[in-house]
Design a protein around this ligand. Structure first.
Ligand code: FRU
Length: 507
């Protein structure tokens, strides 16, 4: 009798487990501590740079540096995810695996509309141009190579004539290729990291490459130059365009470790010429955690160029305290530029609005009031805040996001020091000595004091002064129950108004 009861209990437990476990498995896959809810991260294992961003037949493709075997850098291959709105990503199997002694480093993907390469079989196809990183008996060799996909990026074949560009160098990488509609050929921007140069080539067919020119060394040359991208950027009213050349710098960026600088100017079809106007040299991100951002190829004409980066820093990327994955991407940002009394500047607007849920008004809230929600009320990430501060009477104003009494992240304007900053020195887990810092950007007094902040479970992305400042910093708070406080709270009120949206998880 007892035995029968025992078996019955086992049967019921087993049935319940059968019914419940699959549900748990689905929801818990993206629900670990610090798992980003509005940013892409692979389900498991290591990622760094985004690769091959391209729009094709209704899908945005995000390829990414990926280790299919673990959560440390190694076995570099191209992971793959697709989306129809740049936000909800569906991860697919590894697209281009390492082979023999060659790892698949950063590169780009183009749509070969006219089959210039002869690699497409029916109409157009996708061609990847990536750096092969090979250990040879003589040492490391980095070369540029092709792979082709005839089925919307799902399966890739290596081009038998690889490599297509070989300077017999150990450091020659990260090709960014796009179509030049005026000259009717392909343009490649590729990096000579140790020489601090971006080198331009042209090609009629992606196979034969002709040297056009070198840009650099100039700007900041404290570290290797990596991940260049040449982007045609419209003015904010779309009346004109300018060329932006961005290039990663690692190590030695002003914020510490990896950073990204941009140059604004003209590309005449052969060479890039930096503008002489003020503001023609800046940083695509003034935080510590946005590296090797690249733009999407083949976007529909009505979309502004769109940049997306890796949200980490080589100083501590290997110490990010997450499992079973390590690494995440920034939100995509639409690019434009302004030219005002302070000079030129790149403008970045995050793509996030489709995720907006419940909305709270922060209208006419004076900054001496204690907290957005009144004391004691908490909000869970992800959420977005947009604030406009009125005429500043106090020199330092902004907000603090507390995860308990002792831990907070501060995001503020300092008109004395002429700085916008994020201070994460008290934000939570300090995963390395390089982590607890205050990142700063120069404040332009003639531009508005506005702030857009996207707070996810392990990051804060700030956009200020009309999007001319972008600042992305990882944070590892002690809880998900956050309280927001606008400060200073004992000062004369500065009118601020805005909105807060809870954001829907992308998973
Ligand atoms: C930049 C980088 C690239 C290289 C890739 C390797 O983060 O070093 O230059 O292609 O990562 O994973």
């Amino acid at each position: 009798m007892q035995k029968r009861l025992f078996h019955e209990v086992i049967r019921v437990v087993a049935t319940l487990a059968f019914l419940v476990l699959p549900l748990c498995a689905q929801t818990s896959d993206y629900d670990q501590p610090y798992r980003p809810q509005v940013h892409f991260s692979p389900e498991e294992h290591w990622t760094n740079d985004p690769n091959g961003l391209v729009f094709y037949q209704g899908e945005y493709h995000l390829f990414f540096q990926y280790n299919p075997f673990g959560n440390q850098w190694g076995h570099m291959s191209w992971g793959h995810a697709v989306s129809t709105d740049l936000l909800h990503w569906h991860e697919l199997p590894v697209a281009i695996p390492e082979h023999d002694d060659t790892m698949i480093f950063t590169g780009s993907v183009v749509v070969d509309h006219q089959n210039t390469s002869g690699l497409c079989t029916h109409g157009d196809c996708l061609v990847a141009i990536y750096t092969g990183h090979t250990q040879t008996p003589e040492g490391i060799r980095q070369t540029q190579n092709l792979a082709v996909s005839l089925d919307k990026g799902r399966n890739w074949a290596q081009y038998p004539g690889n490599p297509v560009l070989d300077l017999h160098m150990a450091d020659f990488r990260d090709p960014s290729v796009s179509w030049d509609p005026i000259a009717h050929h392909w343009i490649m921007a590729v990096s000579l990291p140790k020489e601090h140069k971006v080198r331009f080539y042209s090609s009629p067919d992606l196979k034969q490459w002709t040297l056009l020119s070198d840009f650099g060394p100039t700007g900041d040359t404290n570290g290797d130059w990596e991940c260049p991208d040449l982007i045609r950027v419209p003015s904010s009213n779309r009346a004109r365009t300018i060329w932006a050349l961005k290039v990663g710098l690692n190590p030695g960026a002003p914020q510490g470790g990896s950073g990204e600088q941009y140059f604004l100017g003209d590309f005449d079809g052969k060479a890039f010429h930096q503008s002489h106007l003020r503001g023609s040299h800046g940083w695509t991100n003034y935080g510590k955690d946005d590296y090797c951002a690249i733009s999407f190829n083949n976007l529909p004409k009505d979309q502004k160029p769109t940049l997306l980066g890796w949200m980490s820093n080589w100083q501590y990327a290997a110490k990010i305290p997450t499992t079973p994955w390590r690494g995440q991407m920034s939100l995509p940002r639409r690019l434009s530029y302004i030219s005002d009394s302070a000079g030129l500047a790149l403008i970045q607007e995050p793509v996030v609005a489709p995720l907006r849920g419940k909305n709270y008004e922060v209208s006419a809230l004076s900054i001496n009031s204690s907290a957005l929600y009144g004391s004691g009320h908490t909000i869970q990430p992800p959420f977005e805040i947009r604030l406009q501060f009125g005429h500043p009477v106090e020199p330092v104003f902004g907000l603090r996001i507390y995860s308990d009494q002792q831990h907070w992240t501060e995001v503020a304007f300092d008109t004395n020091k002429k700085e916008f900053y994020i201070d994460r020195t008290h934000s939570g887990a300090a995963i390395s000595p390089d982590f607890p810092v205050r990142t700063t950007a120069p404040l332009i007094i003639t531009r508005p004091y506005d702030l857009t902040l996207i707070v996810d479970r392990s990051s804060v992305e700030a956009f200020a002064q009309d999007g001319t400042i972008a600042m992305t910093d990882l944070v590892f708070p002690v809880s998900n129950n956050l309280q927001i406080q606008i400060f200073p709270d004992d000062a004369k009120p500065i009118q601020s108004e805005g909105q807060l949206w809870e954001l829907k998880s992308i998973w």
